[in-house]
Design a protein around this ligand. Structure first.
Ligand code: MN
Length: 505
């Protein structure tokens, strides 16, 4: 589980009305109770569902929505109309609601009781048109939302619900979150920059600058004893050569990362930060670029962006929260270099140092090598190769009038060679639908060289996240065709220009 996951629940809200009498409403409430108990017992939901009273009046609905807004443990609502629930009753509440909702178009009974069905049964179990009435209102109010269709014991439908709950959890983790930015963005780099005011309005997180000197001061205060203790933990956790262990000739290089890790963790905890960025161009007072330190803090669940990339930092944090508890990890990543063999073109993803060991196959090796950029001491870092299998890269960019999330599904493969000289952690993948289409599509969409890479988070979760956030999503997957994508991007310009209005982002 990622560090400091916010306590969260999702409210299960059932709509009805008073037309059918108390007996019917009692039955609705009882059915809803059994459904919530069953869904919670399914073992598939990442967050607990909490049943709310059956909604039958506009006053109830408004009070519920206002209560949801004011309850920080409420990550969102599941809405379902067991019976008909006239949707004008929902306008007042939904127009106030600030929490995300998913529309679960389901029904208590799976099968129709063909031999006994009568009008009472028909009136009690009428989501088929109650949810159409609700859906009209959501659409009429221009509320973007996910619609999940299926019986509540249908495993596929529950998976759709669970994915949305993960997106809602990632969204909740950003609300009020703070990220610290040590130094500014890398000089002259475009895609890592953007509008932090717009980001706070849209995503609910703030990005706060602190001088790297503050970190240097905190590092100077770390005791040698604390460093030795942490270095012993390293020796127990990773493969290391003897010269990097206590008493070894290059132990001091490892100590410098332990010093950075302790200082950074203390700084993040004291400030209530969910992640940080740094920049190798400004390491004033630091002997090394944080490498091992950043890798370990990411593994704890902190967001991270290199070269001042605060958008990717926040995205890494949100995706770590989304994927928490699932197999596979999530990391800051960069498309670094290509293998252009036409029979098997591949991308080698890595970074100078900062790749999260949560994505590693096997035990990482702690090594010290020169960096080649930045003119600082040789930093300690974890070296490993990412586990094979399906994964994705996600990139958040600022289009000036909106944010766009670009997602590319990839298949991580075993590197064709052993890479004995490559001193950094890496992932080697084949992007979907194919190398040329994926690269061209990513570039047409403006995707960054930095991304959040995940083996746990799915395109569906990110689609749900984009829907909740009200941002544009561009997906590159097995079905992508480049000319259709380019046309979609052109049409998207029109849609977003019209839908955003003035002053929004
Ligand atoms: Mn970079």
């Amino acid at each position: 589980m990622p560090r400091a996951l916010p306590p969260l629940e999702i409210w299960f809200v059932v709509g009805s009305q008073h037309l059918y009498g108390k007996t019917a409403l009692d039955q609705v409430a009882d059915n809803a109770r059994r459904m919530v108990a069953g869904l919670n017992a399914s073992g598939k939901l990442p967050v607990t569902l909490v049943l709310k009273p059956v909604m039958t009046t506009s006053d109830d609905i408004r009070a519920l929505c206002l209560a949801a807004n004011g309850d920080t443990t409420c990550g969102g609502l599941v809405l379902w109309m067991h019976t008909f629930s006239p949707a004008k009753m929902w306008i007042g509440g939904l127009s106030q609601l600030k929490k995300p909702f998913v529309h679960f178009h389901t029904q208590f009974n799976r099968d129709l009781p063909w031999g006994t069905i009568d009008m009472d049964f028909m009136n009690l179990n009428q989501a088929a048109h109650g949810d159409r009435e609700g859906g009209f209102m959501h659409t009429r109010m221009r509320i973007e939302r996910k619609v999940v269709v299926g019986h509540w014991q249908d495993a596929e439908a529950v998976d759709r619900l669970a994915a949305w709950m993960r997106a809602a959890r990632g969204w909740a983790a950003l609300q009020g979150a703070k990220f610290v930015r040590f130094a500014d963005n890398m000089r002259n780099v475009a895609v890592t920059d953007g509008d932090k005011v717009a980001a706070e309005m849209r995503f609910g997180y703030s990005v706060l600058a602190h001088g790297v000197g503050e970190l240097a001061t905190a590092m100077a205060e770390v005791s040698d004893k604390a460093i030795d203790v942490l270095c012993r933990e390293y020796a127990e956790t990773y493969s290391m050569t003897a010269d990097l262990k206590q008493g070894g000739a290059r132990y001091r290089f490892v100590c410098e990362q332990a010093r950075a890790e302790i200082a950074l963790r203390g700084f993040l905890e004291a400030g209530g930060f969910s992640g940080y960025t740094d920049n190798f161009e400004d390491l004033t007072g630091l002997k090394q670029l944080p490498g091992l330190a950043t890798q370990r803090l990411m593994a704890e669940g902190y967001g991270f962006g290199a070269e001042g990339d605060w958008k990717t930092c926040a995205l890494v944090r949100a995706m770590k929260v989304m994927g928490g508890g699932l197999d596979g990890g999530t990391s800051f990543m960069e498309d670094y270099t290509y293998h252009l063999d036409p029979r098997n073109p591949l991308v080698l993803g890595a970074h100078m140092l900062e790749v999260c060991p949560s994505i590693a196959a096997g035990k990482p090796s702690l090594e010290v090598h020169p960096l080649g950029i930045g003119g600082k001491d040789d930093p300690a870092r974890l070296v490993f190769t990412a586990a094979t299998g399906p994964a994705l890269n996600a990139s958040m960019i600022d289009m000036g009038n909106r944010f766009r999330l670009v997602v590319n599904e990839v298949e991580v493969v075993k590197p064709p060679g052993k890479l004995p000289k490559l001193p950094v952690a890496r992932a080697v993948w084949s992007p979907k639908p194919d190398f040329k289409t994926a690269c061209a599509g990513w570039i047409h969409a403006g995707g960054a060289h930095h991304s959040a890479f995940s083996q746990a988070v799915t395109t569906e979760m990110l689609r749900d996240f984009a829907t909740i956030a009200g941002i544009e999503l561009v997906t590159l997957d097995a079905g992508t065709r480049i000319e259709q994508l380019r046309q979609d991007l052109r049409m998207g310009e029109v849609y977003w220009a019209l839908s955003q209005g003035f002053g929004k982002v």
